[in-house]
Each structure stands twice: as structure tokens, then as C-alpha cells.
Design a binder for this molecule. Structure first.
Ligand code: SAM
Length: 233
């Protein structure tokens, strides 16, 4: 299957195995991943955030319940919430999630906004787990005809070492552990290059016991994200 489908499948496999109850997809675009996730009955709250309200709106009504949602209901209602907003801003409605996904998003941010994203996701939202994917620049020479970045809107593309350096700093600063993997395999003789899309799977580090998480006390009534869609079924 195409690479973007492989990335979604990676998330879905993680969900099947880890059964998160609350999942938020950052940079959800036209909600393709959310439409796949809504069939996973353990999920109770499914949220999506994108800065571009037109792309969210394009297909968001396809998240509405379909007959089988009523004929084969889960054990609990499913709430779906879609927001317009930026991952560089803190909104209390994104705190306390079991899983945050950020698939091919960070490379669209300026580097100073990656720093904000890092603080917002790991310092403020503080999910139990996070899946972050981004292109692997080391793989680019294997892509025929590619000059420059893979997409005109990319602000950077990190090598494996650059991605891993960022990720390990995240772990140290915010108390996570990370596993590196990816999708888009390479010919065996070029294994050291890594995957076409590199993925970091972050989990809260509980090895030191359940230390109190860093909590910030900014006025929680500030809700910068705009609700575009909300359904409970
Ligand atoms: N995650 C989807 C996927 O894997 O198919 C879409 C990836 S698309 C390449 C990147 C998305 O990030 C776009 O929908 C874009 O509007 C969104 N985006 C870019 N900057 C953002 C920001 N600061 N906050 C939230 N979303 C942002």
C-alpha cells in the first residue's frame, strides 16, 4: 500500500494493541485517520486538530454516525471533536489523552514552532503515548527525481540522527521513553538508511514510579481552539 496508508496502519496497529480511550490527531487534515479510528470501540473520545479549517470541513460530516454505529453499539458512547487551531498553542481540551498522533506534521513547522510544539505536546498535553512521524532525509537519495524537499511546504526534513537527537532530548526533558521505527522499507543492502517515513513512539516513563507530572497553572479558561464539529453517539 502507499506510504500514507502504511502510516495510518501503523497507528491503527498501535491502537489495537494499546487500546487507548482518548486519542487526538494533530494535523488531522481531512480526518482520514479519524474515520478509520472511529471503528475501534475502545476509543471513547476522538479529537482532531488542524490549522486549516477548510480541509477539516471538506469531509468532517463523514464522521457522523452510520447505521452500524447504532446496530452494533460499543459499551460506551463515542465523542468526536474537531478543532481549528495551532499545535503551537495550549488548549486544556487536549490534556489527559492516552494517545497523541502527529503524522507528517512537524516538518511543516518553522523550527521555532517545533520547539513550541514540543513543549505543548509533551509538557502541556502530556499524553500517555505519542506517535510522531516525519520524513527521513537520509532516504531522499533513493527517491527517483527528487531534488530538494519532498513537498514544497516542508520547512525542513530531518536525518535519522537529527530526529533521534530531538526525540531523546524530549525524553530527557519531559520524562518519556522512545522507540524508533518507521514505514517504507528499504532494500536490505541499504538498511542503515532507515525507513522512508521515520516514526518515534513515545511513552511516559513510569520507571521511577508515578511521579507527579509537571502541571502548569495558566488560566485554564483560555480556549484558543475553535470547535468545528462535535458529535456524541
Ligand atoms: N496527518 C495527515 C496525514 O498524515 O495524512 C495530514 C498531514 S499534512 C502533510 C500536514 C497537516 O498539518 C495539514 O493538514 C496542515 O494544515 C496541518 N498543519 C500545519 N501546521 C499546523 C499547525 N501549526 N497546527 C495544526 N495543524 C497544522
Amino acid at each position: 500500500p502507499p506510504l500514507y496508508i502504511q502510516r495510518y496502519e501503523f497507528v491503527i496497529d498501535f491502537v489495537k494493541e494499546n487500546k487507548p480511550k482518548k486519542v487526538v490527531d494533530l494535523g488531522c487534515n481531512d480526518c482520514t485517520l479519524l474515520r478509520k479510528l472511529k471503528f475501534h470501540k475502545e476509543i471513547e473520545l476522538l479529537a482532531g486538530l488542524d490549522i486549516d479549517c477548510a480541509v477539516i470541513r471538506a469531509k468532517m460530516y463523514e464522521l457522523a454516525p452510520i447505521p452500524t454505529d447504532y446496530l452494533q453499539p460499543g459499551d460506551h458512547p463515542l465523542t468526536i471533536e474537531l478543532y481549528q487551531g495551532s499545535v503551537t498553542e495550549r488548549d486544556p481540551r487536549t490534556k489527559g489523552f492516552d494517545l497523541v498522533t502527529s503524522i507528517e506534521l512537524i516538518e511543516h513547522l518553522q523550527l521555532e514552532d517545533v520547539d513550541r510544539f514540543t513543549e505543548v505536546v509533551f509538557g502541556y498535553m502530556a499524553p500517555v503515548a505519542a506517535i510522531i512521524s516525519t520524513p527521513n532525509a537520509d532516504f531522499n537519495p533513493l527517491l527517483p527525481g527528487l531534488t530538494g524537499f519532498r513537498h514544497y511546504d516542508h520547512k525542513f526534513e530531518w536525518t535519522k540522527v537529527e530526529f533521534q537527537t530531538w526525540a531523546l532530548k524530549v525524553c530527557k526533558e519531559f520524562g518519556y521513553v522512545v522507540a524508533f521505527t518507521g514505514v517504507g522499507q528499504i532494500p536490505a543492502q541499504e538498511e542503515s538508511i532507515g525507513f522512508c517515513s521515520q516514526i518515534g513512539v513515545f511513552q511516559i516513563d513510569r520507571s521511577g514510579g508515578d511521579a507527579p507530572r509537571l502541571q502548569n497553572n495558566v488560566a485554564e479558561e483560555h480556549l484558543p481552539y475553535r470547535v468545528l464539529y462535535n458529535v456524541v453517539y
